[in-house]
Design a protein. Sequence first.
Length: 79
Amino acid sequence: ATGLVVRKAANFESRVEVCWYTKVVGNHNWLRVSRVLHCLRLLGLDEEAAAFLQCLEGLYSEGFPVAPAIKHWRKRAAA
């Protein structure tokens, strides 16, 4: 492992309501997350995909409402 880590940006907390908590299940950004994971794998950037997924898993563990998407993200990161 290279020790790659994806962290929350400095402005993460100010963007939580817009990006993570929505009135409907999921949002258009979640589809973008899936595409990024998929593209990283297609390009052979497996370690980067794993680091990004680890960050997303952390958000899930912290209680962010990503349950509908997390299984799909895991699949995309593993493909």
